[in-house]
Design a binder for this molecule. Structure first.
Ligand SMILES: NC(=O)c1ccc[n+]([C@@H]2O[C@H](COP(=O)([O-])OP(=O)(O)OC[C@H]3O[C@@H](n4cnc5c(N)ncnc54)[C@H](O)[C@@H]3O)[C@@H](O)[C@H]2O)c1
Ligand SMILES: O=CCCC(=O)O
Length: 519
């Protein structure tokens, strides 16, 4: 069920917002328009998988369709691969590994630097492919392409800094040497919400370290991954170093092959916590190294000494990026009681001005959700909250297809589903709190710990609360936290390992200790 307009009281909800202004008529654009048909370089739109330097179909001869989430129109088809196909890709990556790992760091730097410049040269086409398959507004897609290219550039530089150590030995005749070596073939599994950057964040580090990769992108967004492979192939990467495999129905057997094949030495996964746990379990059979970037349930805390306008801006940045479909999106917004009403009013005013629509329309500020399943989850969260006493200040309604109105809820309590589950949609849920100790306790009352945010002008409080939060990432007086230079990752059930930053490359390196004697 979705909320009928009558339940929301016509065009006004609690005197705040004209919800009619949400609807962006251009959402009704012709479903025959496919922006990918206008690419400057049409060869970037690839409908085959990429294995051992070749564009291939599946042994199954089957394909699956990829839909534009804004219109549900088919964009194209990619191969439905099975375990046999994946074995071939893994074998290619294994064969390529020896030579790739043996290159000098400077050689690998040069390959990655070329890929970085090819991505930037083609950023408009890559953004078009991304918006077509993911739905996010074109300018946001462009930002993602630049963010994604940044990881390739960053790790092209880090490859030359994989330093070892010489450690003082307890023996006069010996020296303890530490060398870092690539782990081998890496299986990479990525989600649909950042179809470009979640791949480049991993392959940048893996390739820089000297590993080769088999990438399995999300079934909803394979074209961004295949476009990266096309550019890598144009950049001259040797065959087998980068492979991209695709699957939808055969997901389980493909995942099983990647996680149990003894030639894969590491799994790097970004996605939901339940799938991450399962892949970790499967990977234990061959004891693979593992990195997991999983779900979050970000607390966003606004103390009464914060600048309310700045906190509202930060909330919008954090909560509504990609229509709420990021792992670091604010999920529980805790506002101190004395400024709660003021904060809710300001936030609602801003949110009511958003324009939902097709990502290719310049007026659109927020695109569709990825699919019907996502709409159902958001709807369930809103319905559950309302049934348990929350009030809708703005939105709360599904529009046509995969569009959901950006929503602000007040009167949230711990019993509501949103408190425990990541909504992954455009719902700002406001909770009232009284004291610092209380809000730290509430924020930490979660099985996951990826990102969180706090706003206050009291420096002592900022330090104390930031250190007390059980999270991998804390934004203090900012709603933006993602940079290639910063370590990205969570604690608790949000995952294992860090991506980006100077730490990211270590996830793809083994430490070898050489006891050098006879001196
Ligand atoms: N921590 C991070 O850096 C980060 C970044 C982005 C997204 N996420 C999380 O990702 C989730 C949303 O993404 P999603 O819905 O695509 O997650 P998901 O776990 O359903 O899927 C992620 C990837 O895993 C694949 N997959 C699913 N089942 C599989 C199986 N049995 N074997 C092998 N592969 C399998 C999917 O095809 C996809 O490629 C959210 O929970 C979000 O918080 C985390
Ligand atoms: O969705 C999670 C990753 C988004 C980011 O890198 O900021």
């Amino acid at each position: 069920m979705v909320f009928p307009r009558s339940l929301l009281g016509g065009t006004k909800v609690r005197g705040f917002v004209n919800i009619q202004s949400f609807f962006h008529p251009t959402t009704k654009r012709s479903i025959t328009t496919l922006e990918i048909s206008k690419l400057k370089d049409p060869s970037l739109f690839c409908q085959n998988a990429f294995v051992n330097g070749e564009w291939v179909k599946s042994k199954t001869k089957k394909e699956f369709s990829v839909l534009d989430p804004a219109t549900n129109q088919e964009i194209g088809k990619v191969p439905e691969m099975n375990a046999e196909d994946i074995k071939i890709a893994i074998k290619a990556a294994k064969e390529a590994f020896k030579d790739w790992a043996a290159l000098t760091a400077k050689n690998r730097h040069d390959f990655l630097k070329t890929l970085n410049s090819f991505i930037l040269d083609n950023k408009n086409d890559l953004a078009t492919i991304l918006t077509q398959e993911n739905g996010k507004p074109i300018n946001e897609a462009l930002e993602e392409i630049k963010y994604g290219a940044g990881f390739i550039e960053w790790f092209s530089e880090e490859t030359r800094r994989t330093y070892g150590d010489v450690i003082p030995s307890p023996m006069k005749s010996n020296r303890i040497l530490v060398q870092k070596q690539p782990v081998g073939v890496v299986g990479i599994i990525t989600p649909w919400n950042f179809p470009n950057a979640m791949i480049t964040r991993k392959i940048g580090a893996a390739l820089a370290a000297g590993c080769t990769v088999v990438i399995k992108p999300a079934a909803a967004t394979p074209f961004s991954a295949l476009a990266i492979a096309k550019l890598a192939s144009k950049a001259g990467f040797p065959k087998g170093v980068i492979n991209v495999v695709t699957a939808e129905q055969n997901l389980k057997e493909v995942g099983l092959e990647l996680t149990t094949n003894p030639d894969v030495k590491k799994i790097s996964f970004t996605g939901s916590t339940p799938v991450g746990k399962m892949l970790m379990q499967q990977s234990s059979s061959t004891l693979k190294k593992i990195s997991l970037e999983l779900g979050g349930n970000a607390p966003f805390i606004v103390f009464d000494d914060a600048e309310v306008e700045a906190a509202v801006e930060g909330t919008i940045k954090s909560k509504f990026r990609s229509s709420g479909q990021t792992c670091v999106c604010a999920n529980r917004i805790y506002v101190q009681s004395s400024i709660y009403a003021e904060f809710a009013t300001h936030l609602s005013e801003k949110v009511s001005k958003f324009k939902i629509g097709n990502g290719f329309d310049q007026q659109t500020t927020h695109g569709p959700l990825i699919d019907e399943k996502a709409i159902k989850k958001v709807t369930r969260h809103v319905e559950d909250a309302v049934a348990k006493g929350a009030e809708i200040l703005v939105g709360g309604v599904q529009r046509n297809g995969n569009f959901f109105e950006p929503t602000v809820l007040t009167g949230m309590t711990s019993e509501m589903d949103i408190t425990r589950e990541e909504t992954f949609g455009p719902v700002a849920a406001l909770y009232k709190f009284e004291s610092e100790d209380e809000v730290i306790k509430l924020a930490n009352d979660s099985n996951v710990g990826l990102a969180g945010y706090l706003y206050s002008r009291d420096v002592g409080r900022c330090w104390k609360v930031a250190e007390a939060l059980e999270l991998g990432i804390v934004g203090v007086n900012t709603g933006a936290i993602s940079y290639v230079e910063a370590p990205f990752g969570g604690v608790k059930e949000s995952g294992i390992g860090r991506e980006g930053s100077k730490y990211g490359i270590d996830e793809y390196l083994n430490i070898k200790y050489i006891n050098f004697g006879g001196l």
